[in-house]
Design a protein around this ligand. Structure first.
Ligand SMILES: *Cc1c(COP(=O)(O)O)cnc(C)c1O
Length: 443
């Protein structure tokens, strides 16, 4: 092992070999919470991320020594695109610099223009919205389904106007949005559906990979994601012509037919290309993706079976069509009234004291102050009728999402790579906190 590989990273390379040291505690039978001086429910570290070994080292060194660091000279990005298309069952794949550029490229290739509207969820990473704004289009938010954390498909039709040029749902947390409801709405109105699958690698809807249902499906390989090359992204589609338009856009307007031949362009564009180093890392990381996903699924199912028995804990439900959840996040709602009104922030602190990191997740995107500034900007004032801008706030109210943002709790995907015993300890910690919630509320 080289010095640069820390012990932690080395261990992370073999997450299943880690023994999460079970505190020899009566955690399940109601010992004191760690915040009140009791023993921790979970001792040790959850698996680290990224996971890598000599496979990645060799791939990177080989790329370095080839001297071919860009997709125009090497073949690694092209090989990754083939492999990712094969893995997902898509006809076409285009790799990009990151997930944001995958979304941005798709919006451009599908003809979303300044002054158009795009239907989006408010419960997502801000990049979903930023790409709409970079296109100088208007994000129209549709409220969230409280039980699944996904865009509420029952409210989409009301958000569509003659200016709507795309519907962009997110498969949030690796759970799938309601494609059976959304696809017919998009079809009926002749509007492209762009799947933001940036958190949903290998997730499936009715046995087929998400990201292959809409006109385009966008993925991220940013460092936190379940498939990781530090930065990276990909677009899936089933239409060679669309892939060519995406290719041209991400290559400064030069389509495949032109690469390396002459300075001729078929569109405007940007440089959003993936490097050969990213492609090499992804090929290596892909050797582990199935096994990791399987571990997450098994642990998540087990954790759900434990947590759903606890009053006041509601794990995110899946739609019937979701046959595989990628579990980028393990999400549930916390009802403080079942925990002696212990505020969520204190619940999270109490979990952290037990050795279990948890987060409160997203804040509502539709009410971010920066959006008001965007709408008030010179460009937006010129692009949109005053009435549209004036009615936007009322039109994009999302009361259910506001509630979800106040109740949500997340665990990260790496926690689901821990041994099964860690799931018992997580649930034990929640039960312990509940049993002493009154004391904790006063502490
Ligand atoms: C990560 C993410 C993105 C952006 O991907 P980057 O690779 O970070 O640019 C977009 N949408 C969602 C839902 C994401 O989670």
């Amino acid at each position: 092992m080289k010095h640069s590989v820390s012990r932690r990273n080395f261990l992370a390379g073999a997450p299943l070999a880690i023994t999460a040291l079970a505190a020899d505690t009566p955690a399940n039978t109601g010992g004191k919470p760690a915040m009140l001086g009791g023993p921790k429910a979970f001792i040790g570290d959850f698996p680290g991320w990224p996971v890598y070994d000599q496979t990645e080292e060799r791939a990177l060194i080989d790329t370095l020594r080839s001297g071919k660091w860009y997709r125009g000279s090497g073949q690694t990005v092209g090989k990754f695109e083939q492999a990712y298309a094969q893995l997902t069952g898509a006809k076409c794949c285009l790799a990009t610099a990151n997930g944001t550029s995958a979304l941005f490229t798709s919006l451009n290739a599908l003809g979303v223009e300044p002054g158009d509207e795009v239907v989006v969820p408010p419960y997502t990473f801000v990049a979903t919205i930023n790409v709409v704004l970079r296109q100088h289009a208007l994000p129209v938010f549709v409220d969230t389904d409280l039980e699944t954390f996904q865009m509420d498909a029952r409210k989409v039709e009301a958000a569509i106007s003659p200016q709507t040029r795309a519907i962009m749902p997110v498969h949030l947390g690796g759970n799938a949005c309601d494609l059976d409801a959304l696809l017919p709405i998009a079809g009926k109105h002749g509007i492209p559906l762009i799947e933001d699958a940036c958190q949903a690698h290998l997730a499936e809807w009715k046995g087929r990979k998400v990201g292959t249902y809409g006109q385009a499906g966008c993925f991220s390989f940013q460092a936190s994601k379940n498939l990781n090359s530090g930065e990276g992204g990909a677009i899936l589609c089933n239409d060679e012509d669309l892939r060519e338009r995406c290719y041209a856009f991400h290559n400064n307007g030069s389509g495949l037919k032109y690469i390396g031949t002459s300075f001729t362009y078929n569109s405007s564009g940007a440089n959003l290309r993936m490097t050969e180093f990213q492609g090499a890392l992804l090929m290596a990381q892909m050797t582990r993706i199935e096994a990791q996903a399987k571990t997450r699924t098994e642990n998540a199912r087990y954790l759900t079976s434990l947590l759903k028995e606890i009053p006041g804990i509601a794990p995110a439900r899946m739609y019937g069509g979701c046959t595989r959840n990628a579990y980028h996040l393990y999400m549930f709602r916390y009802d403080k009234t079942r925990f002696a009104n212990l505020p969520r922030a204190v619940f999270l602190k109490a979990l952290a004291a037990e050795g279990i990191p948890a987060a409160s997740g997203y804040t509502p995107l539709n009410t971010q102050p920066f959006l008001k500034n965007v709408l008030a900007s010179r460009g937006y004032q010129r692009l949109f009728p005053p009435k549209v801008l004036a009615q936007w706030q009322e039109r994009t109210r999302c009361p259910v999402n506001d509630r979800l943002c106040a109740e949500a709790v997340w665990f990260t995907q790496t926690m689901l790579l821990a041994p099964r015993g860690a799931m018992d300890q997580i649930a034990g910690a929640v039960r312990k906190i509940q049993a002493h919630a009154g004391e904790l509320a006063k502490a």
